[in-house]
Design a protein around this ligand. Structure first.
Ligand code: MG
Ligand code: MG
Length: 272
């Protein structure tokens, strides 16, 4: 595991905040009729305007700035020219690279009004993210976070994707340790001060089973039911989990009130 200094964590926060602002910008653009290729172009321009590079573009040969995964797509969807429709959900995963460090987080958006049971999937998946973050504590282990997310979401009858997991984050997009959204309490690597991770529950309304499109990227649910994905970047700093990313720009754009991030407020150094 690559443990970071407070100064490195401050740089990582800057990269994460560029992603947060990009998602906030997209929140206003996501509406019926817009294509995901248009969203991708907006995001690339926005990231470059903020002095960063798209974190996903070219990474493992991924062709775009955003991973955009509507409805039954779980993650890694490729932007295309199909207009979004009212009632869709759209998971948007975005990365930015600046000062040698990556930011990487995701949010699942509603496109206009959506079905109540789909909204519940989004609400429970996002809540499970914070259940996991709360257990990212000195001395806890990888399995404690995974267990919390799994227990909370499976209690609703949802499927927890096994094949894709969260991860350490830093000078590489994917560092040790792997952070599964399932697990056993007290198992796995022990968390230490200076660790930065991406926690990212991928939760299916139905079966946990997935399949992959022939494009070699897109992951979707095996039963065609919706899937949700929320991701934050979190540092263990001053002995507690602190959010480097934020959904507040999304909430500002959409007029949503929330105090969900308050327990994990960042209090470390800030890059001017
Ligand atoms: Mg991501
Ligand atoms: Mg990630």
């Amino acid at each position: 595991m690559h443990l970071k200094t407070p100064e490195e964590i401050a740089l990582m926060r800057e990269s994460a905040q560029i992603v947060s602002k990009t998602l906030g910008m997209l929140a206003k653009a996501i509406k019926p009729g817009v294509t995901t290729l248009k969203l991708d172009a907006l995001a690339e321009e926005f990231i470059r305007d903020h002095g960063a590079e798209p974190g996903f573009l070219g990474l493992y040969d991924f062709p775009n700035t955003l991973c955009v995964s509507p409805n039954a797509q779980v993650v890694h969807g490729i932007p295309n020219n199909t207009p979004l429709q009212e009632g869709d959900i759209l998971s948007v995963d975005c990365g930015a690279y600046k000062n040698g460090f990556y930011g990487d987080h995701a949010y699942t958006f509603a496109v206009g009004p959506i079905a109540a049971e789909t909204q519940k999937l989004l609400d429970i998946t996002k809540a499970s993210l914070y259940k996991g973050i709360a257990l990212f504590q000195i001395g806890n282990r990888v399995g404690d976070v995974g267990f919390a997310i799994q227990q909370y979401t499976e209690a609703e009858g949802y499927g927890v994707v096994r094949e894709l997991v969260g991860h350490g984050l830093g000078r590489e997009m994917h560092e040790a340790p792997e952070m599964p959204n399932y697990g056993k309490r007290g198992r796995g690597k022990r968390f230490q001060e200076g660790l930065v991770v991406a926690i990212e529950p991928m939760i299916n309304q139905g079966t946990r089973k997935i399949k992959q499109l022939k494009d070699g990227w897109t992951i979707l649910t095996a039963d065609g039911l919706p899937s949700a994905h929320f991701e934050h970047n979190v540092a263990l700093l001053d002995g507690r989990p602190q959010l480097l990313s934020t959904f507040k720009f999304i909430y500002d754009a959409l007029g949503i009130e929330s105090d969900e991030e308050a327990p994990f407020e960042y209090t470390g150094p800030i890059i001017a």
